[in-house]
Design a protein around this ligand. Sequence first.
Ligand code: ADP
Ligand code: ASP
Ligand code: MG
Length: 624
Amino acid sequence: MAVVVQKFGGSSVATPQKILAAAQRAIDAQAEGNQVVVVVSAIGKTTDSLIALAEEISRNPPAREMDMLLATGEQVSIACMAIAIHALGAKAISFTGPQLGIVTDSSHLKARIKSIETAKLREALEAGSIAVVAGFQGIDEKYDITTLGRGGSDTTAVAVAAAIKLAGYDVRCEIYTDVNGVYTTDPRIVRKAIKVDVISYDEMLEMASMGAGVMHSRSIEFAKKFNVPLMVRHAATSEVGTWVVGEEAWMREVPVCGAALAVNEARIVLDALPDRPGVSRAVFAALAHVNVPVDMIAQNVGSGGKASIGFTVMHADLKKATETLDPIVAELGATMTVTERVSKVSVVGAGMRHVAGVAEKMFAALAANGINMKMITTGDIKISVLIEEDVPPPDDDDDAGTKKSHLDAKRAVRGRLALEAVHDAFGLHMPRTGAGVAPSGYRPRTLSAVVPEARERETAVAKLDGMEDILVSGVHLSTDQSRVTIFDLPDRPGHCSTVFNAVATGGILVDMIVQNITAPGKAELSFTVPRGDLARALKRTQDVARSIDPNCRVVGDADIAVLFVLGVGMRSHTGVARTMFGALAAKGINISMINTSEVCLGVVIERTHAEEALAALKEAFKLS
Ligand code: ADP
Ligand code: ASP
Ligand code: MG
């Protein structure tokens, strides 16, 4: 018998009628011959109201007590859901996260799941009950209640599905929400966005971590790691939603399948850093130690013995980040500049690995709308651009609520413009094979094709230990790349687009791109191209750079190697960068360029150290 895990988001259980409708869906799935687990979020906007309540009492509520408070939201909804299922004539039993045995670490408000006990769940299912599980919450080893971060009920649902799968069941997971599925971008922001039929785990992971709030990114990590097929669909209709599954060849037919916008980030630039091994490690290890996830990291080639690193953190973590970095920056004799409010626009697509000109198209669309790019990073299947918000943050003695909505509205204008421009440039409003539209006759690998291997149930819990640990699946070395760097590029809209247009019209495939703001008004842009194309890329770049500003310096470097660590959760796990940079620093290997995405962390080093670096990383990540 198959197990279906159905997750209902806050809006899908916002009223008693909606709770009853969700309960009916669970009963229908059971009547179809499945065993059913329902995971619920807090009713409507309860979590927001609880946060507002705490903020009215204190400006700085302890994280432990916030978790105690926030977890109550989901406890209300599991009870209501179980009551509804009983009222409709079926059997149900509800469990809080702690009751079920969802054990997490102790990072309050952003806890990670360590293990899930399935005994009670299995008992309930075998007894013919629908098991109703509270999303978003767990318990740490000290028996303190924890929560998984906003939107975390998705992660509970997929993690529970993974745990059941490991206990030997055939399982699928359905995410019920207030949209028909995953769209090419947030349909609330871009009206022309369309629903996609199928998307790969990696694409969804990048989309979610780039700001597509439809799913919690860590839930996709679980889905990928444990190969749990997911469907995102509307709670109020019977329309088929979006499958999230493993990557297949047809998904690479177009370069871009989606775009996303993330707001509420902040940028930190560390300048005049000594350009020597161990410096990046010191910075990111310190942030990892205080559990501040770093989002985009862009480090460019150092010049004159100095390097600069730019990166973003969530605005909410900014204070903690700067306080942590202050002493390190002082010790290194560097400087720190903070941009309080930045937004990030990204495009994602498995097909961009093999297509030239994707970056150029994106940059041109932004330039045509007068939008300046403050930082660029690329991954295997995504390109992200940081946009500065020119609105000052609300000040404390004003009415915070009014100011905040004013600020959000203003910010949304710039972000929406950028997102619309990019969505249009890639024609994402047109349904096409590859852009999430499956070829005719395509069937997602059906659920029964994902039957887990039979396992001893008693050992399943042990195997889940550390289920949310970093999954690094491989380290790759590329020694056939070379790099072009432009120093002192004037920081104005359109220049990057002009440069990449010149390179793309030469048919040259650009792989990694890093752009960072160095001195005020000056940007540094580096990109890698196949070594055989270096001379041509250099010539084209020099010509175009000279036409932009005769003071730009263009430098080529053929003696580089690019190392990639691949896996899932590269960024949301603060420790990946720390381990990677630490392993290289321990061998005295200097990093001259860094680039991040959710599924890949890339660094550029001198080619003479390539093999030694590869071996060091394999050892650090315990890969053979
Ligand atoms: P739930 O309460 O069900 O978890 P969420 O609000 O977390 O719902 O997620 C659903 C919302 O995600 C949608 O209403 C939509 O506005 C937003 N969203 C953002 N990006 C996307 C996208 N690419 N596709 C679909 N929805 C998106
Ligand atoms: N109720 C929590 C939140 O609003 C968790 C969730 O909805 O997924 O963030
Ligand atoms: Mg959600």
